[in-house]
Ligand binder design. Structure first.
Ligand code: F6P
Length: 346
């Protein structure tokens, strides 16, 4: 394809590595393919409302190690407006943009898959999320950084938990999938790891803590994913409000656990909610490299007109995967994967 204009947007929750993708797209797009790159602001709001800026090698210098996204992000759902797909088409036409690269998670890529599949818009996806729950790719960038941050937090909580004989609860992100909780919990040597895929039994949690005490360990670390749920009817939970994609704002399971554990065991229990700290700041080297490889593959795919695809990590290789397959279902933690670590808990 001779020099054309390619748009880029970042949608949904931000994550470390987004800028590395943008930088790779811009450098390869301009220097190798002689394309012009247009950045759309605030996720899908950019192409819906025509908010854009030119991206050049100069304007994207120095962004590789920076967290967040220079394009900013939003949870705008283009299908919340009847004219959403048409508005995007008309923005692309009026700006002479020949194709769009949408960097996002399940919602952003879900919208991208529909805009391509149902409305024929030329879109390539790039999979991102700290949650690591996108199917079609072995890993998303942002996950490694989030796990690293959560592990460091667990290490720090360990020493203070031990000094005070406390139960320390660490609430990490993970709406539908417990990848962050499981990997950070394992890396940090947590005693209890609770994930959304496996509803927990509060009695069993307390039993593990009591067992540690009987073995002479007077502190415990409990890692809980924000989306973890108790077995039906065993504990009360609280519902939050919804975003444009119908997701409830999570948070609060750590506090609920704190009162239950303290009440049932009598041990002093404290909660730390890591929240957006897991999404902020500089990406790890692994995430910078993965994000860069995704960016290069995405602009090459756009150059070749491979619309409706996204780069995916398969083993150590980057391949293209159909967007529709990647958003069909979430990649949650398989029960047998979690179960292999059972002996390490408590
Ligand atoms: O999807 C990534 C994620 O960080 C989830 O883990 C979390 O539930 C959600 O985004 C939080 O979103 P927001 O930043 O909109 O509160």
């Amino acid at each position: 394809m001779p020099g054309v204009r390619i748009g880029v947007l970042t949608g949904g929750g931000d994550c470390p590595g987004l800028n590395a993708v943008i930088r790779a797209i811009v450098r390869r797009g301009i220097d190798t393919h002689q394309h012009e790159i247009v950045g759309f602001r605030d996720g899908w709001r950019g192409p819906l409302e025509g908010e854009h800026e030119p991206l050049t090698v100069e304007s994207t210098r120095g962004i590789l190690p920076r967290g967040g996204t220079i394009l900013r992000s939003s949870r705008t759902n283009p299908f919340k407006r009847d004219d959403g797909p048409d508005a995007i088409r008309s923005t692309l036409e009026s700006l002479g943009v020949d194709g769009l690269i949408a960097i996002g998670g399940e919602d952003t890529l879900g919208a991208a898959a529909r805009l391509h599949g149902e409305h024929g818009l030329p879109i390539i996806g790039v999979p991102k999320t700290i949650d690591n729950d996108l199917a079609g790719t072995d890993m998303t960038f942002g996950f490694d950084t989030a796990v690293q941050i959560a592990t460091e937090a667990i290490d720090r909580l360990h020493t203070t938990a031990e000094s005070h004989n406390r139960v320390m609860i660490v609430e990490v992100m993970g709406r539908h999938a417990g990848w962050i909780a499981l990997h950070a919990g394992l890396a940090g040597g947590a005693d209890v790891i609770l994930i959304p895929e496996r509803p927990f039994d509060i009695e069993e949690v307390c039993r593990l803590i009591e067992r540690r005490t009987s073995r002479g360990r007077y502190f415990s670390i409990v890692v809980v994913a924000e989306g973890a749920v108790p077995r039906e009817g065993t504990m009360e939970t609280v519902e939050g409000r919804e975003d444009e994609f119908g997701h409830v704002r999570l948070g609060g399971i750590g506090q609920r656990l704190e009162s239950e554990i303290e009440e049932r065991t009598g041990y002093e229990t404290r909660t730390t909610v890591l929240g957006h700290i897991q999404r902020g700041g500089t990406p790890t080297a692994f995430d910078r490299v993965l994000a860069t490889r995704f960016g290069l593959a995405a602009i090459d795919a756009a150059h070749d007109g491979r619309w409706g695809q996204m780069p995916a990590l398969r083993g150590t290789a980057i391949e293209l995967a159909p967007l529709a397959d990647a958003v069909r279902e979430l990649k949650t933690v398989p029960p047998e994967y979690y179960a292999q670590f059972d002996a390490l808990l408590g």
